[in-house]
Every structure is written in C-alpha cells, then in structure tokens.
Design a protein around this ligand. Structure first.
Ligand code: ADE
Length: 341
C-alpha cells in the first residue's frame, strides 16, 4: 500500500496559497533579511532605472522557501514592468519559449523557476535570446525548412534554482548578477512573523513570534505556514491572540519540535539510524524507503539538517551526526562511540 507523503514544500490548500501570496512583500523596502543581497539588488535596480535600461539577468540560488520567487516579483514591481513566470521542466521544446520571448517588452522580467531543469535544446535556444536578444527559429521541416531570425526586446531573465551545482557553466556565466540566499536567523524570522500577523490582523506578542521563528527552520515560507496553523489553534482554543504558551501547544500538535524538525525530518533521520546504523547510505535508498522523490529530499529536507549539523554528506553517502543521534534520543552505535563527529 502506498504510504502518505510527509513533505509539503509549497502551500497545499487554495486558502493557504492565497494567504501565502498575500503575505509576500512587494517592494524591496518591505523585504526583511538577506541584507547584503537586498542592498546590491537595490543598487542595480536604481542604476538601471536611472539609465532607463532593463536590469541585467539575475540568478537566485538557495534552499526552497527562502524568497527566490518573491524577489523576482519584487524586481518586476520595482522596475515597473511585467513579470512572466515559467519553470524549467515545463519548457519541453524551444517552441514553448518562442511565444513567451516574442511577447516580452523592454524591461519585462521572464522568471524561470527550477532553471537547472531545462533540457539542452531549450537551454541552447535561450543563449542567443539572453546574450543578443535574438533567436533563430526553424520553421517548416524537410526541404522547406528555413531559419528565421527574430529580434527580441531587451528583457531581464531571472532564474531560480535550489541546485546551483547542476547549472551548466555556459548558462551560469550568462547571468550578470548571481545572488545566494541563506537561511534566516530567528530574529529576522520573528520580524517576518510580526509583519505577517499585522497583515492577517492577528494580535501576537514578541515571545509568541520568536517561538514560531525558532521552529521555522530558517525559512520564511515555513514561518508563515506555522503562523497560520497557530492562528487557527488560538482562534479555536482561546480568544484568537497569539502568545508563547499557545504557540508551543499549537506547534506540538503540528508535530513540529523545539528546533523546528517535523515528522518528515524525523522520519528521514530515523531511517538512516535504524535501517543503516547511522549511515553512510545513498540518497536513493533513503528515498525508496520513505516513498519520496530523492529530489524532494535533497531540496526540502536535507539542506536544513546539513545546516544544523545533524547530517553529513560524505563520498560514501549520508550519515547522521552525533548531535543528530542525541536530538532524537538514540544511543550511538558501538563502532561510532570513538569517532569524532
Ligand atoms: N514574507 C515572506 N518572506 C518575507 C520577507 N523576506 N520579508 C518580509 N515578509 C516576508
């Protein structure tokens, strides 16, 4: 029998989806965190606007839920242009891009999410489009086929990827600006929770906001999702106002522990500990045991476990560290007692 999937990387219900959009900042001045990135982006946007030019192509890379899509929307909004969104895997052939590219006006933003998942033909078709703002398109086939050159307007490509390492060098080199997004510290996440609470019209104290922040795995998308779950809990179990005690109760019910690990994180670590004596074990074996895609595990589960040092990636496979064992309350296997982890 297929087991229920535990990972919920993006909002799952239409209501959550709408709320998730409503909470996103639309201007750089409303954006909390990623200070250096925001400063550099602001400078480039201001300079481009001053010169009345379109912004150079920009690449955002970093773990899921940290704001890559939000920043693409903000760029178009700040430039006063249109945003067109697509994803790498949905572009199956050059023709899929042709219609999009020829409709872009000067300064418009083409956002390609999961840009590392474009196929080679689409990627090669994109090169002259982003370098020379022109594309060669083959019309007809056989003896009647002709290459037609289309001039494009000077648009801005914004690419987003959770795996910069999988991007081909020629594509990576064609972005004039590359920005890395890192996990947010709890103080910044608490400020995001306070801002979102205001937008949702919910009263929350600073200890309540910090409790949600500390359990959000450094990720604004998770912070906003947990805020909505805590809000539900406080409306039903109390008078609707959020404080630390109620946040702790609500998040316990959600299966989120004191440091933000959820059922999926724990299931992932437990598989390695119980089935593979702590590792090393390959990602495909873990994915098969958990009935999850290995890409999902690599994009959604592993980055934070690596960040907090619960997980190690070695040449031989994934290993749970000593502090990972400790947090889950398991004794170290005997052969590991001596190791420095
Ligand atoms: N909501 C989600 N991410 C945010 C951020 N970085 N700043 C403000 N609000 C947000």
């Amino acid at each position: 029998m297929a087991r229920e999937r535990l990972v919920t990387p993006k909002p799952t219900t239409p209501e959550d989806e709408n709320l998730s959009w409503a909470l996103r900042p639309r201007k750089l001045s409303d954006y909390i965190g990623q200070g250096k990135l925001v400063e550099k982006l602001k400078l480039s946007i201001t300079a481009a606007k001053k010169r009345k030019e379109s912004l150079e192509h920009a690449l955002f890379h970093g773990p899921a839920g940290l704001g890559k899509t939000t920043l693409a929307h903000i760029i178009a909004n700040e430039m006063g242009t249109k945003l067109v969104t697509t994803t790498g895997p949905s572009l199956t052939k050059p023709g899929d891009l042709m219609g999009i590219l020829t409709n872009l006006k000067t300064g418009d933003v083409l956002f390609i999410d999961e840009v590392h998942r474009m196929n080679a033909a689409v990627e090669e078709f994109l090169y002259p489009a982003i370098e020379d703002f022109a594309v060669d398109f083959l019309v007809d086939s056989g003896p009647h086929s002709r290459l037609i050159k289309f001039k494009l307007e000077k648009f801005t490509l914004v690419g987003a990827t959770t795996r910069a390492g999988l991007l081909s060098a020629p594509l990576r080199d064609r972005f004039g600006m590359t920005f890395h997004l890192d996990f947010y510290p709890p103080g910044e996440l608490a400020n995001i929770v306070l801002r979102s609470s205001k937008l949702l019209n919910v009263a929350i104290d600073s200890a309540g906001a910090m409790e949600i922040a500390k359990r959000s795995r450094g990720t604004p998308r998770i912070a906003n999702r947990l805020l909505r779950r805590v809000r539900d809990y406080c409306e039903v179990k109390a008078d609707g106002d959020i404080n630390q005690t109620l946040a702790v109760e609500a998040l316990k019910l959600e299966g989120v522990d004191e440091i933000g690990l959820d059922d999926m994180d724990k299931a992932y670590l437990k598989i390695i500990i119980k089935n593979y004596v702590g590792g090393p074990v390959g990602i495909e074996a873990i994915a098969a045991t958990l009935n999850e895609e290995s890409d999902t595990l690599q994009d959604v589960v592993e980055p934070y476990l690596l960040k907090i040092g619960f997980l190690r990636r070695t040449r031989k496979g994934r290993m749970v560290s000593n502090i990972g064992y400790q947090h889950l309350g398991y004794a170290l296997p005997e052969r590991r007692q001596q190791d420095l982890f």
